[in-house]
Design a protein around this ligand. Sequence first.
Ligand code: ME8
Length: 659
Amino acid sequence: MNEKKPYYITTPIYYPSGKLHIGHAYCTVATDAMARYKRLQGHEVMFLTGTDEHGQKIEDKAREAGVTPQQFVDNIVAAPGGVLDLWKLMNISYDRFIRTTDDYHVAAIQKIFKAMYDKGDIYKGSYKGKYCKPCESFWTESQLVDGKCPDCGREVMDAEEEAYFFRASKYAGRVRELLLNTDFLEPRSRVNEMVNNFIDCEGGLQDLCVSRTSFTWGVPVDFDPGHVVYVWLDALFNYMTALGYQNDKYDEVEKFWPADVHFVGKEIVRFHAIYWPAFLMSMDLPLPKKVYGHGWLNFNGDKMSKSKGNVVDPYLLSERYGVDALRFFVLRTFPFGSDGNFTNELLIQTINTDLANDLGNLVSRTTAMAEKYFGGRLPEARQADPALDEPLTALVTSLRGRYEEQMEKFQFQNALEEIFKVIQRANKYIDENAPWALAKDMEANGSRLAAVLYNLLEAVRVCAVLLTPFMPESCGKIFDQIGAEEPARTWESAAKWGVLPAAAAVSKGENLFPRIDAEKELAELERIQEEAQKTALPELETEPLNPENVDFDTFCKSDFRAVKVKHCENVKKSEKLLRFTLDDGTGTDRQILSGIAKWYKPEDLIGKTLVAIVNLPPRKMMGLDSCGMLISAVHTEKGEEKLNLLMVDDAIPAGAKLC
Ligand code: ME8
């Protein structure tokens, strides 16, 4: 065993741009379980998390909120219900929390940027390309997917500005080797995607734009005012500045670098698996041992997103079922490397099956029987029955090895599966030995009954030791109930049998995982989540302005006219379409079909003066010609699409041109 060997593990540092949801908590809970597991093994662990506070998105949000960017991020990081609060609630045992606005980090980034510049790995050029504002990512034309951001699928805009570039191309060969010929990036399935899309693509790995001049909320490039350091360069180096790299605040680079593993979500694997090693190569620094790209948690099959109002609130769920149940659920149910689909049904089913039925029952039955039959203290005399006992003891004593194998591969789901096989086996052992039947004749069977209960307590103990990284609080309570003092809670003790003293004080405590009435609870959850969705959704949302210019001559070609509604009716067999007969001032009726039946009754529109574009080519809809388009205003209110036809003063004559 690597007694006290330092172990360094990190989460991504979060954008404090809004409330964190269960997807964010997923990675941090996984990192926490891993950190606790390593501590249990005896390693000296550094678990780093933090917040990534610079960039245009934060600057924009702060402006919208009418506060400075610093006030904005402070409010989300440190305020009640903020990031620090959530980690406290989720029992996250981080050792260090970095904020990229911390002075020591900012100064270190300036030094790093300058060093790369002096080396010639950062040079000044002009940036021309596409920019995705929400992702703060630059893209070349060829990287776009259907003209949109390949990460988030949103519109990108043209961008051109003087900028510094990082010579990523210089390191392409080394990064390619690293990805293809080592275990640096896992799961392995992510390697080809990285190499094919970003290195072996047309034009090879592009140099990366690493400074911006169009906003100011970032680490200033100290030798060139007006430039701020690109957020990803700033953010990635947090993993080293938090140890003291290029600063005096800490002095732990020697001890903890290179990191044992960076856990990151799949959409940011690109930054961690390509640019991060390239930056480190440029600075002649050792590379982290591993980057692990985990999957996403979706909700009811859909990507969680604030704008859809379908984010799952970890506060709400922890309050209802307990933090441990939630921590357990996300790691027990979804394979860490793949996407998972979070549903309320699955959550409740897992709590009921694994925690209430299997684990909860095992603990409460065992402790209740120890109390009932022996007043909570088992007698020394215990009569073994190898044929009945050994299948259980063998499974328990070999559990740690199987668990460790899975934990080392970050296969939390499988590690937990191994534990639950033992729990299920132990429940079966109760049925096989029928302690209640033995108890009928204590004189004859007392020592056999003591052996059965002792074996069960030992099985519970070993499972609780190995479950501790996942459910620290509940396991503490289990230890108390079975009378397991510190030596019986250790990693070493988890591979041994017979560690609990015979006379340990066992007491049936509170029911750790009460069974949930699924039907009632699901209905309640749905109601709460719908309610929350309504309040989470913005009152009013409008489409972002189109960043693309249209030239004036093209615009002038569009012929907008005032038109009067002579007749209007629903189109047969169509739920959406209304058929308008319009006076457009020419003396000949114009027919336009419009998909607005959801918002208007035909009779309410007769006689109104509307606006239409009249020189669009005719289109057939439901077998009818539509000659033009009515103009309406669209927006979203509380997630619901709203439409208002543009109506103008009735004094405006039909056919009047709008210009
Ligand atoms: O990416 N399921 O920050 P972030 C699983 N600041 N993981 C999810 C998720 C979901 N539904 N939604 C988000 C950033 N995440 C950068 C990191 S590191 C130097 C800089 C994960 O707040 C996401 O994949 O947008 C990412 O790993 C993490 O939450 C933080 O996302």
